[in-house]
Design a binder for this molecule. Structure first.
Ligand SMILES: *Cc1c(COP(=O)(O)O)cnc(C)c1O
Length: 392
């Protein structure tokens, strides 16, 4: 397998891409940045950002009908939205928990930062590979220890090994992302309960369920959240971003469920007015049975298309696709071709934007993280990958 050389024009675009990626740190340059900085680059498929496009459309349809067509958008923009605790009260009834256990964030990132800066004291145990914010916010404040998942085990986490690692490292906070980003591995509900029960009681367990809407354990594709466990585990914190499953990263909406004392501590540090009007509109939709019913249809349709996509990806020669219960999969590029090079070729030649994982720590090999984008776009990704790797 070989990747063809770039023409001089293509090489210059690839060079600019490398610089933009470097400027974005451990995240990827946004679609907007790429379009601004590289106006001649035609980006046809964004498989770098990991969201459900059908859910975005559903939200947009509601927004059009209820805010734009009626003119109600003016109120959303002109007036203050509700304060944190008012939105928490709304959401709590939807989640079946007490409002005093709910913390609403300007995206889950704000919550992660709040937890690492205010709740973690000494040492955080993070699995690898992982979502970089969990260790980046710790820098210079608390120690970070790692539990590395191996590609030889398809990034599966073994509860007994994990608990042994906890006893060895003695963290005061552990972080589990389920399904995990960037590998998509899923810790079955039963295993997660084993871990929660096996942790020393003083250890705070942060479970990030930002991708839980894409995971399933039965044919009905039901969601298995650990939010109900918060009642029996005072040290459990469940973090939820709405960006990926509802496809609304732009409005910054997330929440966390945790012990009321912790919510109280955080609110004393600020966060009074941290949601915007559109996020409030979304949260109000999220509490409506009619919206949730429509959402569940697009969620399930998307899951089925995504699993089909993974089966197609698995057939691309020269690659290995790892099992995933999230809406993205890790694709390992075999035979010594670099993931950065493949990423650049996909973008420059085919307008297909995927995430290179060359900057992800704890990943041994050349990996792309490829998001599922709906049937037609998924086919374009498969075709482009086949072409770039010389097999199409
Ligand atoms: C994207 C992501 C977040 C942050 O989401 P926002 O709500 O957009 O801030 C948190 N955790 C994980 C695992 C993510 O992938």
């Amino acid at each position: 397998m070989s990747v063809r050389d770039f023409t001089p024009d293509e090489a210059s675009v690839a060079d600019q891409l490398t610089k933009l990626k470097a400027a974005a740190g451990s995240h990827s340059p946004s679609l907007l940045t790429l379009r601004e900085q590289l106006p001649h680059l035609d980006i046809a498929v964004d498989a770098c950002f990991i969201s459900n496009p059908y859910a975005t459309q559903l939200f947009l349809d509601h927004l059009q009908r209820e805010l734009i067509d009626t003119g109600a958008i003016r109120d959303v923009l002109e007036f203050y939205p509700s304060q944190n605790e008012v939105i928490a009260e709304l959401l709590a009834s939807q989640l079946g928990i007490g409002p005093e256990s709910l913390f609403v964030g300007n995206g889950a990132i704000e919550i992660i930062q709040a937890l690492i800066h205010n709740v973690a004291r000494r040492r955080v145990l993070v699995t690898l590979p992982t979502f970089s914010s969990y260790y980046e916010f710790a820098a210079g404040r608390v120690e970070v220890a790692f539990h590395t998942l191996s590609k030889d085990d398809e990034f599966r986490l073994d509860p007994e090994e994990y608990l042994a690692r906890v006893r060895e490292v003695e963290p005061d906070m552990v972080v589990l992302i389920n399904p995990n980003n960037p590998d998509g591995s899923y810790l079955p509900h039963g295993d997660l309960l084993l871990i929660l029960d096996g942790l020393p009681p003083e250890v705070t367990a942060v479970v990030d369920e930002s991708f839980i809407h894409f995971a399933f354990e039965d044919l009905n594709l039901d969601i298995r959240s650990v939010i109900p466990e918060c009642e029996h585990h005072p040290n459990l914190v469940v973090v939820k971003s709405m960006s990926k499953d509802f496809g609304i990263a732009g409005i910054r909406a997330g929440y966390a469920v945790m012990h009321p004392d912790r919510v109280g501590d955080l609110l004393r540090n600020g966060y009074l007015w941290n949601s915007n009007g559109l996020a409030e509109y979304f949260f109000r939709l999220y509490c409506r049975a009619d919206f949730l019913e429509s959402y569940d249809l697009v969620r399930k349709q998307y899951i089925l298309e995504t699993q089909l996509f993974y089966r197609q990806l698995a057939k691309v020669p020269g690659t290995r696709t790892y099992p995933s219960m999230a809406n993205f999969a890790l694709v390992e590029i075999l035979d010594g071709v670099s993931a950065d090079l493949v990423t650049q070729h996909l973008l420059v030649r085919h307008g297909v934007y995927v995430r290179t994982c060359s900057d992800k720590i704890g990943l041994d090999g050349e990996f792309l993280r490829v998001a599922s984008r709906g049937l037609r776009d998924n086919q374009r990704i498969i075709d482009a990958l086949g072409d770039v790797l010389g097999t199409g």
